[in-house]
Every structure is written in C-alpha cells, then in structure tokens.
Design a protein around this ligand. Structure first.
Ligand code: GTP
Ligand code: MG
Length: 138
C-alpha cells in the first residue's frame, strides 16, 4: 500500500469544497488515514514547497497558502499517489479535464497564484517528506 499527503487548499476550504474532495477520495476507494484542519505558518510552507524556492510564483504561493485554513489528509491505498493526481486533474484548472476536481470545480480567478483547490504528493519520497511536515505526530 502507499500513502499520499493531500491538502484542500485555502480556496477550496473557503468555498466549502472539503467534503466534496474527501467524498471523491473515498468514492475512489482510498482510505482517510488521518485528517485535520490547519492554519499553516510560512515556515511549514517553505519546507512543503522547497522544490519551488526561487521561482517567481513561490512567495505568492506561500502567501496564498497561509491566507486561511487548509484541510490536510493522509490518504492510503495502492497507487493512491498517481490515483489522487488523476482525480485532481492538471495544475491549471482552466485546462483540467472535466471529471477531475480541478476540471469540475476550478477556474482561473486572476492574480498571480493558481488557486487550484487541492495539492497531492507527486512521489512516495515527497509523500513521506510532506506527511512529516503536516503530521509530525504520526
Ligand atoms: P500541487 O499538487 O499543489 O503541488 O500542484 P502540482 O503538483 O500540480 O503543481 P506544482 O507542484 O508544479 O506547483 C505547486 C503549485 O504552485 C501549483 O498547484 C500552483 O498553485 C502553483 N504553480 C505551479 N506552477 C505555477 C506557475 O507556472 N505559475 C503560477 N502562478 N503558479 C504556479
Ligand atoms: Mg506539486
């Protein structure tokens, strides 16, 4: 089995989409192994997005991610990392496929940050690193 770190980002949380995202994860057959609502501080977010440090969208992204609560989940199931990224759809919600979370529920809202509702880990190594940031107690 495999674990992924999923976030309902501040835009998704504020729009009341947390239940819809969790519903899709469970309907797909994955298990919610841990779940909480968190207000992330910038130190956590700098660690979470370390791979993007230095890119032009890095600081706006950190500011956006600390602008309100997020829902953090540890999702569990065989190939759930790839599976959740398929559920999420492509990064830019305008081009994301209908049927996906971003394709069905997201759009471009202007400004310099892509408000794309969810985050999902992109590899087993990222998942374990990110779970350590969001769930240090596990
Ligand atoms: P996550 O699941 O959130 O990690 O999304 P992702 O894996 O589809 O994208 P990536 O890790 O490449 O980027 C992380 C986040 O940074 C994205 O979800 C966007 O919110 C933002 N982002 C990525 N690329 C760009 C970009 O080119 N421009 C802007 N403005 N934001 C970006
Ligand atoms: Mg990513």
């Amino acid at each position: 089995t495999e674990r992924s770190l999923v976030l309902v980002k501040p835009d998704g949380y504020a729009r009341g989409l947390t239940g819809e995202v969790l519903r899709r994860i469970e309907a797909k057959g994955y298990r919610l192994a841990a779940l909480k609502v968190v207000s992330a501080d910038t130190d956590m977010l700098h660690r979470h997005y370390a791979e993007h440090e230095g890119k032009p969208f890095f600081e706006p992204l950190v500011a956006f991610m600390s602008s309100g609560p997020v829902c953090a989940a540890v999702v569990e199931g065989d190939r759930c990392i790839e599976g959740f990224r398929t559920l999420a759809g492509s990064t830019d919600p305008t081009g994301a496929a209908p049927g996906s979370i971003r394709g069905d529920l997201g759009r471009d809202w202007g400004k310099k940050v892509q408000k794309n509702i969810v985050h999902g880990s992109d590899s087993p190594e990222s998942a374990e690193r990110e779970i350590g940031i969001w769930f240090p107690e596990l």
